[in-house]
Write a protein that binds this ligand. Structure first.
Ligand code: SF4
Ligand code: SF4
Length: 90
């Protein structure tokens, strides 16, 4: 699916604009969001709702900063995001 162009005023990653992404803090995450590309409809709700702004407009997660809160999985109506055990990716 092709992404629609966004206005220049929308930042690529919300936390970068807010200055939050200073120290890598994903190390204590117990679960990580995993996106199923086949189910994703590119609605960008996860991008907008992630409290740490670690999902890009292209819908990829920056695991250096994702805390594993699961909000993105909750907000994703198509069910494209699953929270998986972090230990399985060590
Ligand atoms: S909320 Fe779900 S469907 Fe929408 S862009 Fe994010 S992963 Fe894709
Ligand atoms: S689990 Fe939380 S911090 Fe990580 S990408 Fe989803 S909403 Fe953002």
């Amino acid at each position: 699916m092709r992404l629609k162009p966004l206005p220049d005023t929308i930042p690529d990653c919300t936390a970068f604009e807010a200055g939050y992404l200073v120290t890598q803090n994903g190390g204590w995450r117990s679960e990580r969001p995993v996106i199923d590309e086949a189910k994703c409809v590119k609605c960008r709700q996860c991008y907008l709702y992630c409290p740490d702004g670690t999902i890009s407009q292209e819908i990829s997660v920056d695991y250096d900063f994702c805390k594993g809160c699961g909000i993105c999985a909750k907000i994703c109506k198509p069910g494209a995001i699953a929270m998986r055990r972090e230990a399985d990716y060590a």
